[in-house]
Design a binder for this molecule. Structure first.
Ligand SMILES: [Zn+2]
Length: 222
């Protein structure tokens, strides 16, 4: 279950990542966090961090109540093979240009929901960036450019074993129904929403691991 996948993954299930995502998310992450710029980053993904997973990678070993609706970014490895968690003040950039559709509360902070220009039939592409502390003034209607900083990671406000991390969902949905569908209680189980595995679109250098070497999260192979 461990393999090095430093080259971009091919798009899954015939979903061709669109123009504008060809450079991937890593240059935007590094530009927003210049202190990380000198170091090539390889993201480490426990299987529970991946799209569609039934597992958790932190805390309670009980299965997730719904399949994971996106991808969790928490740990990365430098060229020397040292693992680092994303810092709590990590700045989160927009993966594509778009407009803020709404802000949603989530269990660690807030989720910024972006509506993008990409269309497929009567649906548009949305990205949801979860567990943030949005920047001052960011609100529904704000236009953002690709790479523009939306906020920083939200530090857990109460005792929890969940470390600050970025959750990223990509979804196609009809914009006329966004007020109903952009809701964590609805998004993962509504037939009008088509969730997409973010990893092929983001083109993040990565490898899979069962080992989460820090104090939080599950250790070893379950
Ligand atoms: Zn997540």
């Amino acid at each position: 279950m461990s393999g090095h996948c430093a080259s971009p993954s091919p798009p899954a299930s015939g979903e061709e990542p669109p123009a504008g995502t060809q450079g991937g998310y890593l240059p935007l992450l590094q530009a927003a966090n210049p202190e990380l710029q000198p170091s090539p980053m390889t993201f480490l993904f426990h299987p529970g961090m991946l799209f569609g997973s039934r597992e958790r990678w932190w805390g309670n070993p009980a299965p997730r109540p719904t399949l994971h609706e996106g991808l969790d970014l928490w740990l990365w490895e430098d060229v020397a093979g040292r693992a680092h968690p994303l810092p709590a003040d990590f700045r989160v950039p927009a993966p594509l240009s778009g407009g803020v559709a709404r802000l949603l509360p989530d269990f660690l902070g807030q989720t910024v929901c972006l509506r993008h220009e990409l269309r497929r039939g009567d649906t548009r592409l949305y990205s949801l960036l979860g567990h943030l502390r949005p920047r001052t003034g960011l609100k529904a209607g704000t236009r953002v450019a690709a790479g523009e900083v939306l906020g920083t990671l939200a530090a857990p406000s109460r005792p929890t074993r969940v470390p600050a991390h970025l959750h990223l969902t990509l979804a196609w949905l009809p914009p006329a129904r966004e007020a109903e569908l952009l809701d964590w209680g609805v998004l993962g189980r509504h037939p009008a929403v088509h969730l997409v595995d973010p990893l092929p679109w983001l083109r993040l250098p990565h490898r899979l691991t069962w080992e989460l070497p820090l104090t939080m999260g599950r250790r070893g192979r379950p």
